[in-house]
Design a protein around this ligand. Structure first.
Ligand SMILES: Cc1ncc(C[n+]2csc(CCOP(=O)(O)OP(=O)(O)O)c2C)c(N)n1
Ligand SMILES: [Mg+2]
Length: 600
């Protein structure tokens, strides 16, 4: 029979007529075998919709939900901190197009997960944060309940949608609404509030089953209007210096073959944003990545596919785009393919918005351009090729150097080889210099293999992403982590060992944030705010939980350690000692640092 008793919360059992769901009726005693309850209805609703994994952390009032989910055959991945479970859920959503589920306790657990929910919303990843919450009547009168907080109100401004379910018979609708909100249109983070009293509410099993909803077509296709497609094609045809920019929305769409066909059939040079790397192999001859600072100001027509003109593209204006002043328009015409009509004109005028899901839009464009499309002028592609080969040769020289201590480049040259030899491996990447150097040095060969700091440039996604990538894809995971970045989620090395995941973490250890050689200007004993304990032995953290830890100071040793990690698929942490003076402030975004008028 389905259990209706719960170990906790003891006080959550229905006590008043008002608490008892209408449909529970008098079945409880008469037909104990034909009952279900809130716990089981939640699990059944998720399973019915093809959700088989939960990332979370147990405690009142959701402890039994974690147990029962596992007992019901779901994968329940238990973390050491909810923020990491949340990041795991968010990236699971990106990788699968199904909402990633993060399950937390009330107030503090909910708040820990909330950063990840906001991150999912801002990055357009489908995710559902499910949090248990305390007694509504006590919370609303602010009478001081255990972990009291009006979570729904707190979540609303940070989520795409937020719902609360009070009665077991509404669980089916609540889960269905959360799924639809997370994945339809522009995906995002959804909050689902489940008060403690909901879980033990019982009702007839058959009646309960009938309340569940299997969501039909949760992310309906949205076809672009034919005239919008034609306008875009006409503009593209007029271009002398066209450029395509692929964003992570293009990667999310899983329309890989069509996107590749559009790029190749038009012959237009393209730039992948960091999580779109690998949609076409980075070694593709049309990739303009190595000539980015040339193509952005020079292009005359730019087609954005699932890429927003946010700070990562200098808001489409200013010096990056060849304009004289930071706010001025560079003169480019833009085609923007995006699921959200509100995206157009957010920063500069969009001459040809094409609104629809990326797959439908790209397929409509392919049809409209037909089988023969004039290649872009050779002057344009030739000029790009020239810059590319110069920059690639320069990079080759740097990569071939073997300084001691290791530079970011000499270490990443090894990672570059390893990823080339293992193109199916997932690459997780965070840090400042550790991020920027990896993005430019390590080529990706397949779609959705690179997952990183995303829209916010957020630190702390590392280990959550590693766990989710391993669980969701089953592939080897390689994480290139700044030593600061790693610290945000380092305790999840235990989670990686506990679930025995094939994760190889490489820490680019330069003893600090950006670099490790900064001093306290007063000469006092406190270290600079940017540095850590010198020569920290991070690899011992992995050893502490039964994984493999390796300390390396040369590219050869790094290569050996990574090869062994991939061969054995054992949880491994390679502590790669990097020149502590090799980084720059904020990596490539030094210019975003407000400069003090007077130096401290
Ligand atoms: C949540 C969050 N907190 C703080 C920051 C600011 N920040 C940007 S990069 C960075 C760490 C850079 O150091 P590290 O990861 O060691 O990379 P390195 O440049 O040294 O290679 C920090 C703290 C951030 N981006 N996100
Ligand atoms: Mg560092």
């Amino acid at each position: 029979m389905l259990e209706t008793s719960t170990k906790q919360p003891a006080k959550a059992a229905p006590t008043t007529a008002q608490d008892t769901p209408k449909s529970a009726g008098g079945d409880t005693d008469a037909m104990p075998h034909a009952e279900t309850d809130g716990f089981h209805l939640i699990i059944d609703a998720l399973k019915l919709n093809g959700i088989d994994t939960i990332f979370g952390l147990p405690g009142i009032p959701i402890t039994d939900l974690t147990r029962k989910a596992q007992a019901a055959g779901m994968r329940m991945i238990s973390f050491r901190h909810e923020q990491n479970a949340g990041y795991a859920a968010s990236i699971a959503g990106f990788l699968t197009q199904k909402p990633g589920i993060c399950l937390t306790v009330s107030a503090p657990g909910f708040l820990n997960g909330l950063t990840a929910l906001a991150h999912a919303t801002i990055n357009c990843f489908p995710m559902i944060l499910i949090s248990g919450s305390s007694e509504r009547e006590i919370v609303d009168l602010q009478q001081g309940d255990y972990e009291e907080m009006d979570q729904l109100a707190v979540a609303k401004p940070l989520a795409k949608a937020a719902f609360r379910v009070l009665h077991a018979e509404d669980i089916g609708v609540g889960v269905a609404r959360a799924i639809r909100a997370a994945v339809s249109g522009r995906p995002g983070g959804v909050y689902l509030d489940l008060p403690a009293k909901l879980f033990p509410q019982s009702m007839g099993a058959e009646a309960g089953r009938k309340t569940l909803i299997k969501v039909v077509d949760p992310a309906p296709k949205q076809m672009p209007a034919p005239d919008a497609v034609q306008r875009a094609v006409d503009l593209l045809r007029s271009a002398k210096k066209p450029l395509i920019i692929l964003g992570k929305g293009a990667a999310y769409a899983q329309s890989d073959a069509d996107i590749r066909a559009l790029v190749e059939r038009t012959g237009i040079p393209y730039l992948p944003m960091s999580m779109a790397k690998g949609l076409l192999p980075d070694t593709h001859e049309q990739s303009a990545s190595a000539a980015r600072s040339y193509v952005l100001p020079e292009a005359d027509v730019v087609m954005l596919i699932g890429a927003r003109l946010n700070w990562l593209l200098s808001q489409g204006k200013g010096k990056t785009w060849g304009a004289a002043t930071p706010k001025a328009w560079g003169g480019q015409k833009f085609i923007q393919i995006d699921i959200s009509p509100q995206e157009a004109d957010s920063n500069v005028a969009i001459d040809a918005p094409v609104v629809g899901d990326i797959g439908s839009c790209v397929s409509a464009l392919l049809k409209a351009i037909g089988p023969s499309w004039p290649k872009p002028p050779a002057e344009w592609t030739g000029a790009i090729a020239e810059r590319k080969s110069k920059n690639v040769a320069k990079m080759g020289e740097t990569l071939a150097k073997n300084p001691s201590p290791m530079s970011f480049q000499s270490a990443l040259n090894v990672v570059r080889d390893i990823v080339r030899q293992n193109p199916d491996a997932m690459l997780v990447n965070e840090g400042a210099n550790a991020l920027d150097f990896t993005r430019s040095i390590v080529d990706m060969y397949k779609p959705r293999k690179r997952i990183d700091v995303g829209t916010w440039g957020i630190m702390g996604v590392g280990m959550g992403y590693c766990v989710a990538a391993a669980v969701v894809t089953g592939q080897q995971v390689i994480a290139v982590e700044g030593d600061s970045a790693f610290g945000f989620s380092g305790m999840e090395t235990e989670t990686i060992c506990r679930y025995n995941l094939p994760v190889c973490i490489v820490i680019m250890n330069n003893n600090g944030v950006y670099r490790g050689d900064e001093k306290n200007p007063t000469g006092g004993t406190d270290p600079s705010p940017l540095v850590f304990v010198k020569d920290a032995r991070y690899e011992k953290m992995m050893e502490a939980f039964g994984g493999v830890g390796v300390h390396v100071t040369t590219p050869d040793a790094l290569r050996k350690a990574m090869e062994e990690a991939i061969r054995s698929r054992r949880p491994t942490l390679v502590n790669a000692v990097i020149d502590e003076g090799g980084g720059t402030e904020s990596g490539r975004i030094t210019s975003l640092n407000p400069a003090a008028k007077k130096k401290a």
